[in-house]
Design a protein around this ligand. Structure first.
Ligand code: CP
Length: 300
């Protein structure tokens, strides 16, 4: 595995190995010298809190030199391309690039022309893929519900159409043999391009929640309002906001997940986001372990 670009097509064995390695890092606090002397650069052309910080922490915990590329103060502002940026950093000896980009396929395009020793890790491209988010979501599910996904009913709810998180989660859930995957959202926010093949699709949130073991809420991308794809925030919350009352439709021990950042009071209430069934901060903690595993696998 020279790069980690997507979970689409990743073999089950490979995926489970990554989760096992991440679990070992999660169980073993403290640092390792596995990447000592190796330089890793976080190259983010879009904003991020969780992914960027946890990749940096993961690389530091593995003993790597970590370079934080700041687009706003870099020569990207003078028009330098992402490719030239990567080539210059490669010339300095950087071996690992953690890249987030607004364009679908941008990270794969860089990987295609990178030096043989270079490893690219996709930290989210367009609406295509966010593989480490998919992995940390699976690790969180596995910790909470066990390794047999065939027994699980999982609902993914919200703006699936524009969500790279949803796509990576769907690939991973299928690969792990999830018993039933339900997808729910307004017609305007669900893709009709085959992404949801094999899923039980509904626009009725109450129906989607019935007896599920896990609810994966997605961020409402507010810019979609400007595009006229949804009505008001109040309407969206009424139809697709996860409240304590609604959550009672799920299995009593159902878990609630959200990749962040959260629009509190829109797709999820404070009571649910901060409540006993929420594993949202566990997801964040698992992000460090998963990213250590990905960096170790590609660069170690
Ligand atoms: N979940 C996620 O990708 O969050 P950030 O955009 O803050 O990295």
């Amino acid at each position: 595995m020279p790069h980690l670009l997507t979970l689409d097509g990743l073999a089950r064995r490979e995926l489970v190995d990554l989760l096992d390695l991440a679990q070992r890092f999660a169980d073993t606090p403290g640092d390792s010298g596995l990447l000592r002397g190796i330089a890793v650069c976080t190259l983010f052309f879009e904003p991020s809190t969780r992914t960027r910080m946890s990749f940096q922490l993961a690389a530091q915990r593995l003993g790597a030199h970590v370079l934080n590329f700041d687009v706003s103060t870099s020569s990207a502002r003078k028009g330098e391309t992402a490719l030239d940026t990567m080539r210059n950093l490669e010339a300095m000896g950087v071996r690992g690039f953690v890249v987030r980009h607004q364009d679908d396929g941008a990270v794969a395009a860089l990987a295609a022309v990178a030096l043989p020793r270079t490893a690219l890790l996709n930290a989210g491209d367009g609406r295509s893929a966010h593989p480490t988010q998919g992995l940390l979501d699976m690790l969180t599910l596995r910790q909470a519900k066990g390794a047999d996904f065939s027994r699980l009913k999982v609902a993914i709810v919200g703006d699936v159409k524009h969500s790279r998180v949803a796509r990576s989660d769907l690939h991973a859930l299928r690969t792990l043999g999830t018993g039933e995957i339900r997808v729910c959202g307004p017609v305007s926010l669900l893709p009709d391009d085959g992404t949801l093949d094999g899923c039980r699709v509904t626009h009725d949130f109450d129906e989607a929640l019935e007896d599920v073991d896990a609810v994966m809420m997605l961020r409402l991308q507010r810019e979609r309002m400007e595009e006229g794809l949804i009505g008001s925030l109040d309407e969206y919350h009424a139809d697709y906001g996860l409240t304590t009352t609604r959550l009672r439709r799920a299995a009593p021990d159902a878990i609630v997940m959200h990749p962040g950042p959260i629009n509190r009071g829109v797709e999820i209430t404070d009571e649910v986001a901060d409540g006993p069934q929420s594993l949202i901060l566990r997801q964040v903690a698992n992000g460090v372990a998963v990213r250590m595993a990905a960096l170790a696998r590609l660069l170690g």
